[in-house]
Design a protein around this ligand. Structure first.
Ligand code: UDX
Length: 450
């Protein structure tokens, strides 16, 4: 089977790498000539663990190539996968200009029966709109269009592609269904069932999934606040509900708010989509408001922990990317929190293993540091915003010696207060009871008592 992937962004490149790894012949098309030239040399413009090796292996095997010319990729293709960007507009709606433009160029290059699979996250009804654009431009073309949304997480995208919980395909023709079945045949049917449904359902499923994930994060963030006021422990609470298999344990870790290129954008787009036909989603609207409030509330928490004022204080920030294992800073809580800290007089020293280049033009006045210890040097507080694994094993005694004030603001709960206290650090986490130490002590005593 020959596949054309249109768009060499995060989704397009991961899809191209994995589908060529399945053994298919894949040509990835991107309009940016410079990007195509770099990709041909194996240079990967995004930070996705393992992607560079997977791309290189399949380029070497002759299964994967790159071009800027649709005519080099589409005529031979059995499947043409649209994976171009659908950025969020100011009013929250998805910008479909890139999808429409790619559809027109793709239409001109069609030759022989081709399945057009829309992989980008698009509003419900887009498949039918794109089919109309192609049909109007090429009444002679023999094609079907399907919706094939992706559920890839940044930082785990290859694993999510190779071992998806499910594949969703919105399709109306038996012929196209057979092609899509063949495309995903390399996946284990037991591990990754393929759900065939209508295009509208597949398009909406992507938004529903991301809105539900965003709801879980907003939910646990609110319950973390409640835990603090009621003396409960959000970590035990998350386990207590997450062990219920109807709830599940994922996306129940409190933090400074959800960010990234998807959850905020897709939730905002869904809110717009739902209002139009008169079925507004009060839940998703509330989730977006809750998340915006969360980032602002974190600023207040930081100011309070620093004695009520940041004037003349230095805050060391660990983590700018919206989550670990990525260089993406889009909608990262750091982009909202750091300017507010500086407005209140704080000097910021920051380190992130991958996101600093992307963040630098967006955060004026930040001192960018070599590592966590460099950032902590002389600071009045150490603020953890992203739970990079390398931040989980820091030498707390060394940090204590470097900090001017022994304050650890751990907004990802990567440390236990007892650990921090043992190193002489005051730990401020999320959703932790003040008496957490007492509980630990009681447990320790009972263990000693045998
Ligand atoms: C998400 C969806 O998970 C994925 O299926 C979809 O295809 C794209 O959008 P991603 O944006 O990579 O993937 O991030 P995700 O891992 O879902 O995290 C989203 C945000 O929620 C991040 O800011 C993260 O820090 C936050 N989060 C996530 C929490 O605060 N707590 C959690 O327990 C999980």
């Amino acid at each position: 089977m020959r596949i054309a992937i249109i768009g060499a962004g995060h989704v397009g490149l991961v899809s191209a790498a994995c589908l060529s790894q399945f053994g298919f012949t894949v040509t990835c098309v991107d309009s940016q000539h410079r990007k195509v030239a770099a990709l041909r040399t194996g240079e990967v413009p995004i930070h996705e663990p393992g992607l560079d090796r997977l791309l290189a292996a399949n380029i070497d095997a002759g299964r994967l190539s790159f071009t800027a010319d649709m005519a080099e990729a589409v005529p031979e293709a059995d499947v043409a996968m649209l994976a171009v960007a659908t950025p969020g507009r100011e009013d929250g709606r998805a910008d479909l200009s890139f999808v429409r433009q790619a559809a027109r160029q793709l239409a001109d290059a069609l030759d022989g029966y081709t399945v057009l699979a829309i992989r980008s996250t698009v509003p419900v009804g887009t498949c039918r709109e794109i089919a109309a654009i192609v049909r109007e431009r090429r009444p002679d073309a023999d094609f079907d269009i399907v919706s094939n949304p992706e559920f890839l997480r940044e930082g785990a995208a290859i694993s999510d592609f190779m071992h998806p919980d499910r594949v969703v395909v919105g399709v109306e023709s038996a012929r196209a269904r057979a092609v899509m079945s063949a495309l995903y045949r390399p996946l284990s049917p037991a591990e990754s069932p393929i759900l065939f449904t209508t295009p509208e359902t597949a398009e909406l499923a992507k938004y529903a999934a991301n809105c539900f994930l965003a709801t879980r994060v907003a939910f646990i963030n609110e319950f973390a606040d409640l835990c603090e006021r009621l003396g409960a422990d959000v970590r035990d609470l998350a386990r207590a509900i997450g062990l219920d298999r109807r709830i599940g344990r994922h996306h129940l870790r409190p933090g400074p708010g959800f960010g990234g290129a998807c959850l905020p954008k897709d939730a905002a787009a869904l809110v717009r989509t739902a209002r139009q036909p008169g079925a507004p989603s009060a839940v998703v609207e509330a989730v977006l408001h809750s998340n915006a409030r969360r980032k602002a509330a974190m600023v207040g928490r930081i100011v309070d922990a620093c004695g009520g004022s940041l004037a003349g204080k230095t805050v060391a920030v660990l983590g700018i990317a919206f989550k670990p294992a990525t260089d993406t800073v889009r909608e990262s809580p750091a982009l909202a929190i750091l300017p507010e800290l500086m407005k209140r007089g704080a000097a910021i020293r920051a380190f992130d293993p991958a996101g600093m280049e992307n963040a630098r033009p967006l955060l004026d006045g930040v001192a960018w540091c070599r590592d966590a210890y460099d950032a902590a040097t002389g600071a009045d507080a150490l603020l953890v915003l992203t739970e990079w694994n390398q931040f989980r094993a820091l030498d707390l005694d060394r940090l204590r010696a470097l900090l001017r004030t022994p304050l650890l603001l751990d907004l990802r709960n990567i440390y236990d207060p007892a650990q921090a206290a043992a190193a002489g650090l005051r730990h401020v986490g999320l959703g932790l009871p003040p008496q957490r130490l007492a509980v630990l002590h009681r447990v320790a005593v009972s263990q000693d008592a045998g």
